[in-house]
Ligand binder design. Structure first.
Ligand code: IMP
Length: 179
């Protein structure tokens, strides 16, 4: 498994520190409000699991699953909902929790769908931000760590379905795919 890793980009300790900071800010900002987190599967599940344990206010939780790249490392721009949320969100403040924002197409699309359902507010929290290939002007309300334009794996992120279980965020070795 490690033969596909070029290098560690962000260690588990650095990730953990940033998640703690985000959890504290979110807890403060939403104090006294009805907050529901919507986790974006599959990549966001590790971040989400860490983040909710750093949030000190009551929260609701639901999930959406969308398809992104298939087995490629480049965004197709085509977003397909595989699993939708099961909750009525009209009286809630929504925070969409994403693993990584690259072109921004996925989160832009998701935010649009959720806003159309009439919640009190919709904000976005992304652990990783890869701004160099952005194709939308989506605002990241809560942002973890900005990273360079490399294809990363681990901490929930996959390449072709694998490597989600690496505890550190790593750069995929380019011999593993055709750029
Ligand atoms: P976007 O629509 O281009 O912003 O891409 C968002 C989705 O693509 C993320 O939710 C990830 O699932 C996937 N993605 C983007 N960059 C990477 C990466 O470097 N490694 C693994 N998945 C990625």
């Amino acid at each position: 498994m490690m033969s596909n890793v070029r290098e560690i980009l962000i260690t588990r300790e650095e990730l953990n520190k940033k998640v703690k900071e985000l959890g504290a800010i979110i807890s403060k900002d939403y104090k006294g409000q009805e907050l529901m987190l919507i986790g974006v599967l599959k990549g966001g599940f590790v971040f989400l699991a860490d983040l909710i344990r750093e949030i000190t206010i009551d929260i609701d939780l639901d999930f959406m699953s969308v398809s992104s790249y298939g087995s490629s490392t480049k965004s197709s721009g085509v977003v397909r909902i595989i699993k939708d949320i099961e909750t009525n969100i009209q009286e809630k403040h929504i925070l969409i929790v994403e693993d990584i924002v690259d072109t921004g197409l996925t989160i832009n699309y998701l935010k649009g769908i959720i806003m159309a359902r009439g919640p009190k507010s919709v904000k976005v929290c992304a652990m990783l931000d890869k701004p160099s290939k952005r194709k939308t002007n989506i605002e990241l309300d809560y942002k973890g760590i900005e990273i360079p334009d490399e294809f990363v794996i681990g901490y929930g992120l996959d390449y072709d379905g694998k490597f989600r279980n690496l505890p550190d965020l790593c750069i995929l070795d380019s011999v593993a795919y055709q750029k």
